[in-house]
Design a protein. Structure first.
Length: 179
């Protein structure tokens, strides 16, 4: 039963290339950026939700973040084959570049200024930033965001898992984009 399979390393896209491809197709950009997500299962779940709700790609930072591992690939249930993941050398700089191209950047945080159901700009170019498990958004990334958005949840629940928060937000954005 000695079967071995050698798989080449995952080929990451460049964030600017992702944006240009979406614009060239005449579509409204929707990206998910991950700030310090270290659990490959969260990455896989976010990739799967991104594919399900029409996001054009995931952006992960080069450092202090999980990459596309075998575990992330399995958890994505095949979505990693059709949803590109881009690697950013510097996430804050990448978000600033997206903003300069007209993409509205929102960060998810339980103490956000805007409730998700009140988000007015869901139908425009958007990047949703999901913070790390436990720590949330880093200070510089939070300061780069155009708005900090919270998902209204029961006060008995402290917070949502990063993958679940991304899924709920992507669902709300997809719902608003369909009108």
């Amino acid at each position: 039963q000695g079967v071995a399979l050698k798989v080449p390393p995952y080929e990451y896209a460049h964030p600017q290339d992702l944006l240009e491809e979406v614009i060239d197709r005449g579509e409204t950009p929707l990206f998910v950026a991950l700030d310090g997500i270290t659990d490959p299962r969260n990455l896989g779940a976010i990739i799967r939700s991104a594919a399900a709700f029409g996001a054009h790609g995931i952006i992960v930072p080069q450092r202090r973040s999980v990459g596309v591992t075998a575990s992330a690939w399995r958890t994505s249930a095949g979505a990693a084959a059709r949803t590109p993941v881009a690697m950013a050398a510097n996430l804050t700089r990448t978000l600033e570049d997206l903003k300069s191209e007209g993409v509205f950047v929102i960060g998810l945080d339980g103490d956000g200024d805007v409730d998700l159901h009140e988000l007015e700009l869901a139908d425009g170019p958007l990047a949703i930033v999901v913070g790390s498990e436990g720590k949330g958004l880093s200070r510089l990334v939070a300061e780069t965001c155009d708005a900090i958005v919270s998902i209204p949840i029961s006060t008995a629940t402290e917070s949502l898992n990063a993958g679940i928060a991304a899924s709920v937000t992507l669902y709300e954005v997809a719902k608003r984009r369909k009108g």
